[in-house]
Design a protein around this ligand. Sequence first.
Ligand code: THU
Length: 130
Amino acid sequence: MNYEELSEKAIQAKSKAYPPYSKFHVGAALLTSKNKLYLGGNIETPSYSLTICAERTAVFKAFSEGERKFKAIALASDAPGFCSPCGACRQVLLDLCGDIDVVMVNKKKELKVMKLSKLIPFAFGDKDLI
Ligand code: THU
């Protein structure tokens, strides 16, 4: 699966997002090293801070199915620009998926690809644990 196809999956995942409060729909498509796909949308609750982002929905779905190796994650929103992962998601993605490609797709279906380590430089990680 190429990154254009992965982005299409993120756009599809967006339609299952549940953001009744912010109305900001985000979709994520996570690709494993064996080309399996896990989709996620953001899910908001009335206790706003308990909201989960699309990226973490996808990662936790994959992890709970036993997946441990990943290639890339694509992200889509309805904003005109590129939706980049929030700080919490950057940390979780790095912790659980390693230095994968983050593929951001905008409304014109243009792609921006960045390595996670570029998005979260000098990150804390298991190397830092004693
Ligand atoms: N959101 C995501 O799902 N992923 C991001 O990378 C940025 C933000 C969600 C969280 C919340 O439901 C809504 O977008 C507005 O912040």
